[in-house]
Design a protein around this ligand. Structure first.
Ligand SMILES: Nc1nc2c(ncn2[C@@H]2O[C@H](COP(=O)(O)OP(=O)(O)OP(=O)(O)O)[C@@H](O)[C@H]2O)c(=O)[nH]1
Ligand SMILES: [Mg+2]
Length: 283
């Protein structure tokens, strides 16, 4: 399966994003803590130019804590400010306000010297579909200002949300890029829910996910599905999972599609544990 998803609305959203960049002083690049590289738009440097940026690793509740800490060091090592948050519970979200105010200390001091007491810092939140941009905005603003949902493509237009008198946030639709050079990127985005499920082959995707989990953390599926043997093909493991979960079709065959959906849903909702699919290449 060759995964590509770049519908027309993303071309439009990308154009709008380029336009809106002129209006903001900071871009929050929201990445998925489980796949910080795959969820990073390869065009982001070109898109943002030298606009100040803050990298925020979201869904940290679903990622391995130790690995997330290493990712933060990795980004700091390449000169990028980076923090982790969980926009579902709100954990660490307040740190963003502190980091932003700190980044703009000089700017605020200069404004004050000119007699301007407060001019809100305008911030754009950018990231792949379903990474949690709108959820983060709602957490930061303390109200349900932006529409959220557990599928990609919920936000369709840009929306400004005021955060007291200090900051104004711009929610943007999730965008991808026209071609994933490495097929692994497409899979990682699909596993984590950034790609519309309707264009994916669920069984094939789930088999790929099983292969990946067997490689990086076999215990996650062994314990969840009481697997006796994992030294077999991923399709056979998926059949075993189907049997354990009673996914049977009339006639006694295993309902592979249902079993595949179970594995994907349970991975995405963290029931298989806190799993980071990408690790940085640093000691
Ligand atoms: N576990 C977990 N779930 C999260 C987190 N942040 C957001 N979500 C969930 O992820 C899903 C997508 O959230 P949204 O805020 O709609 O994502 P978005 O980036 O705005 O998506 P688009 O508008 O489609 O681009 C929702 O089901 C949220 O509840 C998080 O930190 N942890
Ligand atoms: Mg949204």
């Amino acid at each position: 399966m060759n995964i590509q998803w770049y519908p027309g609305h993303m071309t439009k959203a990308r154009r709008e994003m380029t336009e809106s960049l002129k209006l903001v002083e900071l871009v929050i690049e929201l990445l998925d803590a489980r796949i910080p590289i795959s969820s990073r738009n390869p065009d982001i440097d070109k898109l943002c130019g030298n606009k100040p940026r803050l990298i925020v690793l979201n869904k940290s509740d679903l990622a391995d804590d130790k690995i997330t800490k290493i990712w933060i060091q990795y980004f700091k090592g390449i000169g990028k400010d980076c923090i982790e948050v969980d926009s579902l519970s709100g954990k660490n979200v307040k740190t963003i306000g502190r980091v932003v105010q700190d980044k703009f200390k000089e700017r605020n001091k200069n404004l004050k010297a000119k007699g301007i007491v407060s001019k809100p810092i305008r911030i754009m939140i950018a990231g792949v579909p379903n990474v949690g941009k709108s959820s983060l905005i709602n957490r930061l603003s303390g109200r349900a200002s932006a529409k959220t949902g557990d599928k990609p493509g919920v936000t369709r237009g840009k929306q400004w949300i005021k955060l007291g008198s200090n900051m104004e946030l711009l929610d943007t639709p999730g965008i991808l890029w026209p071609k994933f050079d490495d097929p692994k990127v497409g899979y990682n985005l699909a596993f984590t829910g950034a790609i519309k499920d309707e264009i994916l082959d669920t069984a094939e995707l789930s088999i790929k996910l099983i292969d990946t989990l067997i490689e990086i953390c076999p215990e996650s599926i062994v314990s969840r599905y009481n697997l006796k043997d994992t030294k077999k093909l991923a399709i056979e493991i998926l059949e075993d999972i189907g049997k354990v979960r009673g996914c049977m079709l009339p006639g006694g065959n295993i309902d592979i599609d249902r079993a595949a959906s179970i594995v994907l849903d349970e991975f995405r909702s963290g029931k298989l544990g806190r799993i980071s699919l990408e690790k940085p290449n640093i000691k």
